[in-house]
Design a protein around this ligand. Structure first.
Ligand SMILES: [Zn+2]
Length: 214
């Protein structure tokens, strides 16, 4: 088997594994056997081992004593905790980003939101929804100019998307979430940190409300 050099392979394997977890192909609680995954991905064990460790540090996997690593399970209680913290930190990220985004950044965010809206109309696969949602939030937090904040939010967002159930997939919830994204973008365009913070907090608080409503 020929492999690209280790520096390139590690991130690729991590991305593939992360996709399997976030798309639900590897369901919450599923074992993350290094041997089985290296066979599935057609790579040697060491990049898989590293990728699993990375998933653990991102909160997407846990180590179960005597059973190895498994995909983390995010239940109702845990999702509420995660979202409550995320609401505050997402607000902070949006407030910081509001004064830093360039015209080109705003153009990219607008294009991303348009893609999300088109995707909602086409009603195609919900796993892609998750990826587009993550892209939107990742873009904003990466422009906040605070690496500690970005790393913490990356963990929380990924964990939130591990939560199963119809919170993300219900069509009404999907269109409500996109309206909230539009408000975040409007506030970012206005350049007012307070408005951006409020819009970003309202989006995550909206998720909590929709969770309670079921
Ligand atoms: Zn969102």
């Amino acid at each position: 088997m020929t492999e690209p050099d280790g520096e390139l392979l590690g991130p690729t394997v991590h991305r593939q594994l992360r996709h399997l977890v976030l798309s639900g192909e590897l369901a919450p609680g599923a074992p993350l056997s290094v041997l089985a995954l290296s066979a599935r991905l057609g790579v040697s064990r060491s990049p898989v081992r590293e990728a699993v460790q990375q998933l653990i540090s991102e909160g997407l996997a846990v180590t179960v004593p005597h059973a190895g690593a498994r995909v983390a399970v995010v239940d109702d209680a845990r999702i509420r905790e995660v979202l409550a913290v995320r609401a505050v930190l997402d607000g902070l990220a949006a407030a910081c980003a509001a004064t830093r985004l360039t015209e080109s950044d705003l153009g990219k965010l607008t294009a991303l939101l348009t893609t999300q809206e088109r995707h909602l109309r086409d009603n195609s696969d919900p796993a892609r929804d998750t990826e587009l949602d993550l892209e939107f939030h990742t873009f904003i937090r990466d422009r906040a100019g605070n690496a500690t904040l970005a790393a913490e939010l990356a963990r929380l967002e990924a964990q939130a998307h591990l939560y199963r159930g119809d919170l993300w997939a219900h069509p009404r919830n999907r269109s409500t979430a996109l309206r909230e994204h539009r408000r975040i973008l409007d506030a970012l365009e206005s350049g007012h940190p307070g408005d951006a913070r409020a819009a970003a907090e309202a989006h995550v608080c909206g998720l909590i409300t929709r969770l309670d409503r079921r």
